[in-house]
Design a binder for this molecule. Structure first.
Ligand SMILES: Cc1cc2nc3c(=O)[nH]c(=O)nc-3n(C[C@H](O)[C@H](O)[C@H](O)COP(=O)(O)O)c2cc1C
Length: 263
């Protein structure tokens, strides 16, 4: 529900003009809202008089625009994206809670289809070892189960299991990361976009990340793991490892030329 304070409204119509659902009209010099909409908050963000609010959201978290503070240097940003690497070797260094909270905020402020904001983020840190044990224990059985439909994955999971049996430090699923964020979402694009912003935020915090597709597949196929995570009925859309990189990259990694068609 959107609330418009009549005393504050000056009838400028900016909210009505920017409403993607056309749910606001200006009548007798005042904006009027007709339910229902996707609660995107554009009306809140655009109002010059702070007359609009969405009480079911945390209105105290709404920030005023300040050009100085919100400018992102384009070259700096592109450099950060180019120097980002998938990290498969992490320092045994704990990740600070405040940094994780900022990373999660980056995920939460990412756009979602229909503004659903329906991603669930499960942060495994204190109980990560417990979860790892649970998952590794089930891998041989799961590898057997998927043998027919995905023989390559099955073989690879058995290979990872054998390696870890020989050397418990050889963990080709968790790479000794300090944190694992599991994103449960029925829309994989929403989860992927959130994860991309979270990774960039992690880089800004001096950390690194890995999108772990194998881990995502395994967890999604393991009902006990999903139960443990509290998302028995939600698809595991993304798994992201986080921590301080133990590897230093000296230059960017080369890429294919853009596959772009300018018309
Ligand atoms: C959706 C997705 C799933 C991935 N899954 C894995 C994985 O299971 N294991 C792994 O080592 N790397 C995984 N990666 C990392 C890619 O291999 C990596 O992004 C690519 O080689 C380019 O390297 P860079 O990220 O350092 O630029 C994944 C990346 C994405 C985007």
């Amino acid at each position: 529900m959107v609330t418009i304070e009549k005393e504050k409204c000056i009838g400028c119509g900016l909210c009505a003009k920017d409403c993607p659902a056309n749910k606001i009209t200006v009548k007798d010099g005042k904006a009027e809202y007709t339910p229902e909409c996707i609660l995107c908050g554009h009306c809140v963000a655009v109002c010059p008089r702070k007359a609009v609010s969405i009480p079911e959201y945390d209105m105290a978290a709404v920030e005023e625009y300040d050009r100085e503070r919100f400018t992102v240097d384009p070259d700096h940003f592109l450099r950060a994206l180019k120097f980002r690497r998938s990290i498969r070797d992490y320092k045994a260094m704990p990740v600070e809670r405040e940094k994780l909270e900022k990373i999660l905020t980056a995920g939460r402020y990412t756009p979602t289809a229909k503004n659903a904001q329906a991603c669930r983020f499960i942060v495994l840190q204190d109980r990560l070892e417990e979860f790892k044990d649970l998952l590794w224990e089930r891998i041989p059985e799961m590898a057997e189960q998927i043998k027919e439909q995905s023989p390559q994955y099955s073989m690879f999971f058995k290979f990872l299991y054998r390696r870890r049996r020989k050397d418990p430090a050889d963990d080709g699923l968790f790479f000794n990361a300090q944190v694992c964020v599991v994103i449960g979402a029925s829309n994989p694009i929403d989860a992927g976009l959130a994860a991309a912003n979270m990774e960039t935020m992690a880089v800004a915090e001096g950390m690194g990340a890995l999108f772990d597709g194998y881990l995502q597949r395994i967890i999604d196929a393991c009902p006990e793991a999903k139960e443990w995570l509290g998302i028995p009925d939600v698809p595991v859309a993304c798994c992201m490892l986080l921590g301080y990189p133990a590897v230093t990259y000296r230059r960017t990694a080369p890429r294919k030329l853009e596959d772009v068609d300018w018309r």
